[in-house]
Design a binder for this molecule. Structure first.
Ligand SMILES: C[S@@+](CC[C@H](N)C(=O)[O-])C[C@H]1O[C@@H](n2cnc3c(N)ncnc32)[C@H](O)[C@@H]1O
Length: 195
């Protein structure tokens, strides 16, 4: 696995929102085990997790969507070695997944790592985009531990935390998904679509 520090743009932001090291190893194991063929990623940043996907499932293609133009540009640069196996779209994820739904597109692996407060809104669409037996992985579902915390959540995080709680509850109670949540990194959910 290439070191994330070697990626162009790694030092550009004060806070680097790339997967934590333990989450990278975990994601690598899931991809290695499942060997998906067609992936979708929400939230590219500079392309690190996309590179894990593409180098671990070597015959797979990936569509990854990022709202920020500078990030998308850097990701294209960082992912050049994967050629036409990867396409970086610079768009709002909601618009992108709605378009893909209209086009009746299907993916066997979806990595959800975009705006945390939107996971619950994306879920019904992502469910339809996922093929049966496909895997949906979502990062940061515990949001700095606040999702599991009892008591008052600071006002500025309240809506994200409530939305993540709804996301967890919805995906865990959906009989079409088999879901496990792992206390790794910032909390990762892994859901297999059963039907
Ligand atoms: C946690 S970072 C992604 C990190 C990346 N998956 C990795 O581990 O290498 C989340 C990214 O989602 C992007 N993002 C935020 N809102 C978005 C939206 N509405 N649509 C698409 N991307 C969005 C952010 O600009 C940011 O680059």
């Amino acid at each position: 696995m290439e070191k994330k520090e070697n990626f162009v743009g790694f030092n550009k932001d004060e806070y680097v929102p790339i997967l934590r090291d333990e989450s990278i190893s975990f994601l690598y194991e899931i991809i290695k085990k499942n060997q998906p063929k067609k992936g979708l990623e929400i939230g590219t940043y500079i392309g690190y997790s996309a590179s894990i996907f593409l180098s671990t499932s070597q015959n797979a293609s990936l569509e990854t969507v990022e709202i920020n133009e500078e990030n998308a540009k850097l990701a294209r640069e960082n992912l050049k070695e994967f050629g036409d196996r990867v396409t970086v779209f610079c768009k709002d994820a909601k618009d992108f997944i709605e378009e893909r739904l209209e086009e009746k597109e299907k993916y066997d692996f979806i990595f959800l790592d975009g705006p945390k407060g939107q996971y619950i809104r994306y879920l019904p669409i992502l469910k339809q985009l996922l093929s049966v037996e496909g895997i949906l992985v979502a990062d940061n579902v515990y949001f700095h531990g606040m999702v599991k915390m009892e008591g008052k959540i600071p006002h500025k995080h309240r809506s994200i935390v409530n939305n993540l709680r709804k996301f967890i509850s919805e995906i865990q109670s959906d009989p079409d998904f088999e879901t496990q949540i792992y206390d790794i990194g910032d909390g990762i959910s892994v859901s297999k679509k059963l039907a």
